[in-house]
Design a protein around this ligand. Structure first.
Ligand SMILES: [Zn+2]
Length: 564
């Protein structure tokens, strides 16, 4: 071949490759092909597509309907999406995941405290004397008078049973007089460090509300429910089945435990072929070498290279919550000037634990809501970087709810992930300004400011504080309005996100927070085939219809695990 022809041939070949006219696919047929979809890929190189093919667990092709033909064999399942919206599976970066409890008294969205009395009365009628009555998710800021509930709501209907009902945020618990007696709580019992026994301002008597570490004083004195080991196991298995089904129906394909999560339980479900959600379990932030060795052992058994059950990060607590008035601020609360929150450890302890965990190469995630709590953990992460050396550590602020102007840029500078839950914004906005005032609220749930400053954000729900439903989070991020809708432009509307941005934080952003952005969070070749098809395009429709969209298909690793 003459050099001229060789050059011409090479040019043609390059043109051929550039035009994407590769040789037709000749590998094994895909197990799943979705055609005629409005695919929102979250892949910036190709934001939209029509069709996707999955082979094994992995996406092998994204493109046009025609391009998928080569992937369809006799055993390939083909879904014609009929133009419906398909996005990557949701990855909840902060979910306190577990089996549902059939006897739990669900009080979410209760506006009338007398409902609590009624629900407890019903539960008591089914229980034997002494059995523990449990429930929660009440939110006094939703009550008509916004007053904290007290033991009087429970005492008359539950004189002979312990009752424990936790607040929506899980940081305060309402108990009845039965529990106060069983726990030996009197007017003289002092508040423990980091906790508060709420008291009647006149009589000094405990109201029944126990905040933060004060809950450890509680001894329910419950008569154990008698169930055989088999009954107990069956009940738990049923609760898990219900939870997994609920998860599938919501299009949630990955979960990250913020502390806890039993890897062996998940392994068992995996072995039984029941596990339909990818799970990161977690350990606890500690400076104790023995405990760290235990987490290290678990990390080796469930390594980060895995795709199903993995060891995530070590979780700590810096403060409480805004709703309970225990989140830790530089300045006092506006409505409770005597307090600026309750640190759950000293700065010295925090630093010691962060140093020890970071030195062993663990990722760390610390619950931090208030401005000072976030400042402390950023300082501790910065200190660890100076002492142990900089690495791609991706330490996290779990919640990162209220930040000072000075701390917002530090997330990007230190590579710290803001692990945030958009529904907290629309739940807390009802009382945020009352608690912390207008000025501090500018740094609250400040997604846009964090993104503009170059920070990585991961989205989640904080289930079961908030429902596991991702579209409530998308709605919250897009509107910053109450769930029932409201006039106007939303709360601090300059912090609103587009639906596509919110989905990205909830998929790719969450995958980045768990070091999986190379294989999860986008609909892209080489990525895990985790995808959701909706019955309507909630991204471009009216914003008050976002939460009404229903999942038609949930696909995990190329398998259809839910079909409406
Ligand atoms: Zn949480």
């Amino acid at each position: 071949m003459s050099p001229r022809f060789f050059a011409l041939g090479l040019t043609l070949l390059l043109l051929f490759l550039e035009a994407g006219c590769e040789a037709p696919y000749s590998g094994p047929p895909a197990n799943l092909v979705v055609t005629n979809a409005d695919v929102v890929t979250i892949d910036r190189d190709r934001p939209r597509a029509e069709a996707v093919a999955v082979l094994g667990e992995e996406i092998v092709a994204v493109g046009s309907n025609e391009a998928m033909e080569a992937y369809i064999g006799t055993d390939t399942e083909v879904i014609d999406a009929g133009g419906r919206l398909m996005i990557p599976g949701f990855n909840d970066a902060h979910a306190h995941y577990g089996p549902l409890d059939p006897d739990y008294i669900e009080l979410r969205y209760t506006t009338d405290p007398s409902v609590i009395t009624e629900r407890v009365r019903e539960a008591v009628s089914r229980a034997r004397p002494g059995e523990l009555i449990q429930g929660g998710h009440w939110e006094h800021e939703m009550f008509v008078g916004r007053q904290w509930p007290t033991k009087e709501l429970l005492d008359e209907v539950a004189p002979d049973n312990p009752v424990a009902l936790s607040r929506a945020d899980g940081h305060s618990t309402l108990v009845n007089s039965y529990v106060l007696r069983a726990s030996g709580i009197t007017n003289e019992t002092p508040d423990p460090p980091g906790g508060e026994i709420q008291r009647d301002p006149v009589t000094g008597e405990a109201t029944g509300i126990f905040k933060e570490s004060a809950r450890r004083l509680l001894d329910y004195g419950a008569v154990p429910v008698e169930r055989t080991a088999e009954e107990e196991a069956a009940r738990r298995a049923l609760g898990w089945d219900q939870m997994l089904e609920y998860t599938r129906s919501l299009g949630v394909t990955s979960i990250q435990h913020p502390g806890g999560g039993n890897a062996e339980t998940y392994q068992r479900m995996m072995d039984e072929g029941k596990l339909t959600v990818r799970v990161d379990v977690a350990g606890n932030l500690t400076a104790d070498p023995q405990e760290l060795a235990r987490w290290d052992e678990l990390r080796k058994r469930y390594p980060a290279e895995g795709n199903w059950i993995r060891f995530g990060y070590l979780k700590g607590f810096m403060d409480g919550t805004l709703g309970s008035g225990t989140a830790m601020f530089f300045e006092p609360y506006e409505d409770e000037p005597e307090t600026r929150g309750l640190p759950q450890m000293s700065y010295e302890e925090l630093e010691e634990q962060v140093l020890a965990c970071d030195a062993m190469g663990f990722q760390i995630g610390i619950h931090a809501i208030g401005t000072e709590a976030n400042n402390w953990i950023l300082n501790a992460y910065e200190h660890a970087r100076e002492v142990n050396g900089a690495r791609d550590s991706r330490h996290r602020s779990e919640h990162a709810q209220v930040l000072t102007d000075a701390d917002i840029p530090r997330f990007a500078q230190l590579g710290v992930i803001a692990s945030m839950q958009p529904t907290h914004c629309i739940t807390d906005k009802r009382f945020a300004e009352k608690r912390i005032g207008l000025e501090r609220s500018r740094g609250a749930y400040a997604w846009r400011r964090l993104l503009d400053a170059g920070a990585h954000i991961a989205f989640g729900t904080d289930y079961s504080v908030e429902p596991l439903a991702p579209l409530e989070g998308i709605y919250a991020a897009v509107t910053r309005k109450d769930r029932l809708g409201e006039e106007g432009d939303g709360w601090f509307p300059d912090q609103k996100l587009t639906a596509e941005e919110a989905i990205e934080l909830y998929t790719l952003g969450s995958a980045y927070a768990q070091f999986m952005e190379d294989r999860k969070g986008m609909i892209k070749e080489g990525y895990l085939g985790d995808m959701v098809i909706y019955d309507r395009d909630f991204m471009t429709g009216p914003e008050d219809e976002i939460m009404q969209a229903l999942v038609d298909f949930t696909i995990v690793g190329g398998k259809v695990v839910y079909r409406r």
